[in-house]
Design a binder for this molecule. Structure first.
Ligand code: PMP
Ligand code: GLU
Length: 399
């Protein structure tokens, strides 16, 4: 209809492929198809009981009024304490803003820092939403690819080559969605040494998967004193505490950025759900045993999917050190046929796996690195075994 206009900025935005594939698999399931959904990245565990109890208490205690825009002070303080204790970084509560998930924190930061024409360096593969957030702010994405041959990690030389006078920000995600790769402290130091030479570049570090690692701990980008005054950390409760539905994330940054983000949030969404904030406080201030229990389960599943995927001929599989994704290279299957259909791209392969194997995955193209697919192994051992069996069978039928 002519009278209905959709803005150019939304027309030019790609829809989230992780959410789209998940939606598609829910629709198929509702239609009676036995789909195994390895598309969306979300812990299959329920939120731990002590966190749910805190939310129930919050309702009874009438946490039902508008909260402060950047979040309750005690929650921000608990986050500052967490950052100090777990990450060795010093932020005051006034430098922390709580938002509706790490997704909103990332989007708020990009909106608050990026001007039209500013360049944002994004190593790829990168989580689906980064480039769209940058586009929305009018920024220009500068993609720096890191294939499986370099374990999906960019080198200092690649970073150096990508920086120009117009670079405003570099976005990092370690442990990475979608590759699961984790930068060691030494590897991060290499990137920091480059950044020291370019003081106009801010770092936006997405550390949402920090606890889900299989190497005994990860390094926060905030812990390098040389650049600490221009690092913005983003994190949240979704992955570590199985709280995806509660929608709580935060950013920690220089106070000017915290103020800008608060101003933006004050004019758009306001402070986030009071009940969810009280639950997040219980998550950060309470026992951390649940985090370790879930991490152990993810590690067992990581071992399982790596072993099963390596048995499938033609897949190149790395052993991810963190997060809960496997990102195998699938190019040996591209160009093959199923009947009269050609599987030309990784998107075609994902559709084929959905339709023929009834396993939902996401293409590497959605993460700006074609030739791969992403499988989330945040699913039961039985579902993973069956999914890998079906994938092996379906790939084996391609000619
Ligand atoms: N960053 C990365 C890398 C993610 O995988 C996710 C999960 N979708 C998010 C941010 C956002 O998480 P949430 O909004 O649920 O906190
Ligand atoms: N982080 C998850 C994923 O990448 C959640 C879905 C999303 O928000 O994109 O699948």
């Amino acid at each position: 209809m002519d009278s209905i206009q959709i803005s150019d900025r939304i027309k030019n935005m790609a829809a989230s492929q992780t959410l789209a594939m998940s939606q598609k698999s829910s629709e198929l399931r509702a239609a009676g198809v036995d789909v195994i959904n390895l598309s969306v990245g979300e812990p299959d565990f329920n939120t731990p009981d002590h966190i749910k109890e805190a939310a129930k208490t919050a309702i009874d205690e009438n946490y039902t009024h508008y909260p402060p825009v950047p979040g309750y002070m005690d929650l921000r303080q608990a986050i500052a304490d967490k950052l100090k204790k777990e990450n060795g970084v010093s932020y005051s509560a006034s430098q922390i803003v709580v938002s509706g998930g790490a997704k909103q924190s990332l989007s708020n930061v990009i909106m608050s820092v990026i001007n039209p024409g500013d360049e944002v360096i994004i190593p790829t593969p990168a989580w689906v939403s980064y480039v769209e957030m940058v586009k929305l702010a009018g920024g220009e994405n500068v993609l720096v690819p890191a294939s499986i041959e370099q374990n999906f990690k960019i080198t200092p030389a690649q970073l150096e080559a990508a920086i120009t006078p117009r670079t405003r920000m570099v976005m990092l995600c370690s442990p990475s969605n979608p590759s699961g790769s984790v930068y060691s402290r030494q590897e991060l130091q290499g990137l920091v040494d480059v950044l020291v030479k370019h003081p106009h570049v801010t770092v936006l570090s997405d550390e949402i998967y920090e606890h889900i690692n299989y190497i005994g701990g990860v390094t926060s980008m905030g812990s390098f004193p040389e650049i600490a005054d221009r690092v913005i950390l983003v994190n949240g409760v979704s992955k570590a505490y199985a709280m995806t539905g509660w929608r709580v994330g935060f950013m920690a940054a220089p106070v000017e950025i915290a103020k800008a983000v608060t101003k933006l949030q004050g004019q758009t969404t306001s402070g986030i759900s009071t009940i969810a904030q009280r639950a997040a406080l219980a998550a950060y201030a309470g026992s951390q045993q649940c985090v370790e229990d879930m991490r152990k389960a993810f590690e067992r599943r990581r071992d399982l999917v790596v072993r099963l995927a390596r048995e499938i001929p033609g897949l190149k599989v790395n052993c991810p050190d963190g997060a809960f994704y496997l990102f195998p290279e699938v190019s040996s299957y591209l160009g093959k046929r199923f009947g009269d259909k050609v599987i030309a791209t990784d998107n075609d392969l994902c559709m084929y796996l959905l339709e023929e194997a009834h396993v939902a995955t996401v293409s590497g193209s959605a993460f700006c690195l074609p030739g791969y697919i992403r499988l989330s192994y945040a699913a039961s051992d039985e579902a993973l075994e069956e999914a890998l069996r079906r994938i092996a069978d379906a790939l084996g039928r391609l000619q």
